[in-house]
Design a protein around this ligand. Structure first.
Ligand code: UD1
Ligand code: CA
Length: 457
């Protein structure tokens, strides 16, 4: 089989996005548009990938990873045909070429493969789709015998052509040699004064050459992103596709239309996610884990049978088995919770290890702490870990009881089984098994009277 080289077009500004960033860097499901395209392209294992960049200088090149990419600069954005021409000198003339657009993110590798196959190393193969609302796309005009005659851009189309629902997805495949010849012959005589790649279709037809239209049955694949609204529509379509795939694999989603995954999610049997939860980065849910509504979970591992109640923000945490988290808990990076821990409402934990069976049920802050197992953290307990310059560690040993409204001024250690009286400010280590507290006399002042409002007020 001939070698295949891929040209990715990513030089455009994307004026309709109203953003200074190049359009292909907009994100869909947490990944840039161009990374989506490159993901599918790489799955084809082509011999080379050329990326045409231009608007925004090196911005696309700088943030897109890939030692496998040949970057080709298009200094002026003179159209898609011009963009492909910039890459042609780098392409082996004996190869087949697949051209893809960086702003059409959802075409899968299988479809790309089908397109390459359809060109059979001699034809021009185009990817098309039939859309109920084709506005904005190039239309595939067919002659009376049903063969493709040309592609007409929306802005250049007659009313009759605008009524055509078969659109040009933008991806095409052909032998490099033929593509190079056709590109030399296109001009910019159109309403946008651009060199349209799509004009090669009419040229091939006029030459009596072979044009094959390869239609995708999945309209979502055809989605091109040109405006803020189209990006939002593409996001929903992408999320919906992910959600159904996860449900097919056994994840319970209360409502696939109110679920967002911006990264990767693995889960065990019986895992369930309630509505409006956002999963970001790499998240692993054990068996029977349930996530309540309105949670944000990023880069976390959550053990079997753990329950996360509503409105939690979990970021960079490793959570053990059978824990109870929330509602309204916040776990920050490098939090490790042992099995059976309980973290209740308005509890924030950062960079701390919490032993199994420990409870912090309400209103607490634990930062830079090493907390043993079966510890009770009362309401309003604060590890005062920051002196304004440095962070200090708090150690709380197994079975300790920290009374409510206690400040633990780090560095400090609370010994095994120690009890700290409520309302204490602990500035030095508390010995094991003893009651430690700071006392302040409680007074009642007999001659005190409540102030009264004067008559003139
Ligand atoms: C293009 C197609 C249209 C198709 C649609 C599918 C042309 C002339 N039209 O229209 O038939 O239905 O895509 O989404 O090709 N680019 C460059 N350099 C340039 C111009 C564009 O690299 O000089 C890149 C853009 O970054 C983008 C892609 O090419 O990734 C497509 O360009 P865009 O301007 O979005 O074309 P459309 O008007 O959407
Ligand atoms: Ca486009």
């Amino acid at each position: 089989m001939k070698r295949t080289e891929v040209i990715v077009l990513a030089a455009g500004k994307g004026t309709r996005m109203h953003s200074d960033a190049p359009k292909v860097l907009q994100t869909l499901g947490g990944l840039s548009l161009i990374d989506h395209v490159l993901g599918s392209v790489r799955a084809l294992q082509p011999s080379r990938i050329h990326v045409v960049y231009g608007y925004g200088g090196g911005a696309v090149k700088d943030v897109t990873e890939g030692d496998d990419l040949n970057w080709v600069e298009q200094t002026e954005q003179l159209g898609t045909g011009h963009a492909v021409s910039q890459a042609i000198p780098f392409v082996d003339q004996d190869s087949d070429v697949l051209v893809v657009y960086g702003d059409v993110p959802l075409v899968g590798a299988d479809t790309m493969n089908r397109l390459i196959g359809a060109s059979k190393s001699r034809c021009l193969a185009l990817l098309t789709a039939v859309l109920p609302d084709p506005v904005g796309y190039g239309r595939v005009v067919r002659s009376s015998d049903g063969n493709v005659a040309e592609i007409v851009e929306e802005v250049d189309a007659t009313d009759e052509q605008k009524a055509i629902c078969e659109i040009n997805v933008g991806f095409l495949s052909s032998p490099a040699k033929l593509l190079s010849d056709w590109l030399r012959r296109i001009d910019d005589v159109n309403s946008q004064r651009e060199h349209y790649l799509t004009d090669i279709v009419g040229l091939v037809v006029a030459d009596g050459g072979c044009v094959v239209a390869c239609r995708t049955a999945d309209a979502v694949e055809a989605v091109g992103v040109n405006s803020v609204a189209e990006l939002a529509d593409a996001e929903r379509a992408f999320q919906n596709r992910q959600a159904y795939l996860l449900m097919d694999n056994g994840l319970t989603l209360r409502d696939p239309n109110r679920f967002d995954l911006r990264g990767s999610l693995t889960f065990g049997p019986g895992a369930a996610i309630d509505v409006n939860t956002i999963i970001e980065g790499r998240v692993q849910l054990g068996s029977r884990v349930t996530i309540g509504p309105n949670c944000y979970v990023r880069d976390c591992t959550i053990g079997d049978d753990t329950v996360v109640e509503a409105n939690c923000v979990l970021d960079g945490a490793t959570i053990g088995l059978s824990c109870m988290i929330g509602p309204f808990a916040r776990l920050r990076p490098q939090t490790e919770l042992g099995d059976g821990t309980r973290v209740g409402n308005f509890v924030e934990i950062k960079k701390s290890r919490i032993g199994s069976g420990t409870k912090a049920n309400h209103l607490a802050y634990l930062g830079d702490a090493e907390v043993g197992s079966n510890v009770n953290i009362g309401a309003g307990v604060i590890t005062c870990n920051y002196d304004g310059t440095y962070k200090h560690k708090t150690t709380i040993e197994n079975d300790a009881f920290i009374g409510s409204d206690t400040q633990l001024i780090a560095p400090v250690t609370i010994g095994r089984g120690a009890t700290i009286g409520a309302g204490s400010t602990i500035r030095r280590d508390a010995p094991p098994e003893k009651l430690t507290l700071t006392t302040e006399e409680t007074k009642t002042l007999g001659r005190w009277r409540p102030s009264k409002k004067s008559e003139t007020e």
